[in-house]
Design a protein around this ligand. Structure first.
Ligand code: UDP
Length: 472
């Protein structure tokens, strides 16, 4: 299989699947534009996931034979009391290092491994790359503004002894609008958490990278990209080369079946439907679902809404597979009937990429996961930003204050959003002058995204520089 002199070895964590999908898209992107190099790509994953990666991996392996997968063995996790699943992800990846080493050694006996591209969760493997003298690159699956914030973390750590959770200030990060300290991702809010140490460790290692590939494009985040490349985000100007090659977006492989929500969208007027979808992991309590339903009903707008079961116990993310919801009991009585002329509710999942590219969609209430952001940008769809987890609060600040592609959904301190707020923001996005201005910018940015990926576009130029760097 790997009978070539030019192999790439990608290392990616399994949870969440979005990271794996982005890594596969990076592989496909290289293969599409550099077929003459006969590159083979091996993607390594750890065996901890929600169970949903298997079918995806099987489809990719059959459709793209140049992309193969290597599954690392299970590792035994030490007892942990952590509340952050990110800590467990980092632990698993750290403990998997000897297996990564072994896998690379055995491949190197037959083939030339030109580079190791690590998802940023897998930064622990950079020691393996240096031991084996293979250039180690990072793949950052979020945007440049978030990367700037992460690159700045070691500097902030040195300048203060307080935890972000106790700092009632706006952080001054080069290339990023003033960022409330409390908007940093949950796992870094408390210095005493192990997850904070992991983040500090991987962000401190970034400067040693052979290069950082970022799933963004320059026109989307010009200030952040410039601040990073000018060396303003890392102490002593030790910034590695940055390759902004996005937007990389996963295409739907299932072209034969037209999803029922797309058929429904075909019947709706242009730009008339608000789409509500909260990533692969977002869950809401029954009380929150009720507020959203009332807000949508009162807004009078057409909508397409992906609803999941409320969490059982105190689980707030769908890390394990969830059963489909019973819509009648999850939503207010009579809601489905009263809104059936202008609304459609999907259980658990909708083909988001296709939905956001559909001309009937005119607004997107989103949790601001980076893939969702890029998919909205490519569709020219304005966002109402309602972050839930991970780096999504940083993304909201970037979307609202910097890119001006979103309106802000305001939540209470515990994250709860009232029906009145849902109604107000949905109306604003679809009907107000401010909403119109955001829509115009979103449509203009759609053009910029297309231009970035065109033959001489900035992202294609960045991709060629990345390929040249490891060909050398
Ligand atoms: N997604 C989808 N349908 C859904 C929910 C999510 O297709 O009902 C896809 C979405 O298109 C995106 C990914 O799942 O590509 C979610 O990635 P994102 O980075 O936005 O959020 P995450 O799930 O990582 O929090």
């Amino acid at each position: 299989l790997f009978n070539t002199t030019l192999d790439q070895y990608f290392y990616t964590p399994s949870p969440p699947i979005g990271h794996l999908i982005s890594m596969v898209e990076l592989g496909k992107f290289i293969l599409r534009y550099y077929p003459s190099l006969c590159i083979h790509i091996l993607i390594t994953t750890v065996p901890y996931n929600s169970g949903s990666t298997g079918p995806y991996i099987a489809t990719v392996s059959t459709t793209f034979p140049s992309i193969q997968f290597h599954h690392l063995p299970t590792v035994t996790l030490p007892f942990s009391t952590t509340t952050h699943h990110e800590t467990l992800t980092f632990e698993v990846l750290r403990l998997s290092n000897p297996h990564v080493h072994q896998a690379l050694l055995s491949i190197s006996k037959t083939y030339t491994v030109r580079s190791l591209v690590m998802d940023f969760f897998c930064t622990a493997a950079s020691t393996v790359a240096s031991e084996l003298n293979i250039p180690g690159y990072h793949f950052f699956t979020s945007g440049a503004g978030c990367l700037a914030s992460f690159l700045n973390l070691p500097t902030i750590h040195q300048n203060t002894t307080a935890s972000f959770k106790d700092l009632d200030i706006l952080l001054d990060i080069p290339g990023v609008p003033p960022l409330p300290a409390s908007d940093m991702p949950k796992p870094v809010l408390n210095r005493d958490d192990k997850s904070y140490q992991y983040f500090l460790d991987f962000t401190s290692r970034f400067p040693e990278s052979a290069g950082i590939v970022v799933n963004t494009f320059e026109a989307l985040e010009p200030r952040a990209v410039k601040a990073i490349t000018d060396g303003l985000c890392v102490r002593d100007n030790r910034t590695p080369p940055i390759y902004c090659i996005g937007p990389l977006i996963a295409e739907d492989n299932n072209k034969e079946e037209v999803h029922e929500c797309l058929t429904w969208l075909d019947l709706q007027p242009k730009q008339s439907v608000v789409f509500l979808c909260f990533g692969s992991l977002g869950l809401f309590s029954k009380e929150q679902l009720t507020e959203i339903a009332i807000g949508l009903e009162n807004s009078g707008q057409r909508f397409l809404w992906v609803v999941r079961n409320p969490p059982c116990n105190d689980q707030t993310l769908a890390i394990t597979a969830q059963p489909d919801p019973d819509l009648e009991s999850s939503l207010p009585q009579g809601f489905l009937d009263r809104t059936k002329e202008r609304g459609l509710v999907m259980k658990s999942w909708a083909p988001q990429v296709a939905v956001l590219s559909h001309e009937s969609v005119g607004g997107f209430v989103s949790h601001c996961g980076w893939n969702s952001v890029l998919e909205a940008v490519r569709g020219g769809v304005p966002i109402v930003a309602w972050p839930l987890y991970a780096e999504q609060r940083i993304n909201r600040v970037l979307l609202v204050e910097e890119m001006r592609l979103a309106l802000r959904m305001n939540e209470s301190e515990d994250g709860f959003v009232s029906a009145g707020e849902v109604e107000k923001r949905v109306r604003e996005s679809m009907e107000s002058e401010e909403g119109k201005a955001v829509r115009e910018r979103a449509i203009a940015m759609k053009g910029e995204a297309k231009a970035a990926l065109s033959e001489d576009g900035a992202s294609r130029v960045a991709l060629s520089k990345f390929v040249e760097s490891w060909k050398r």
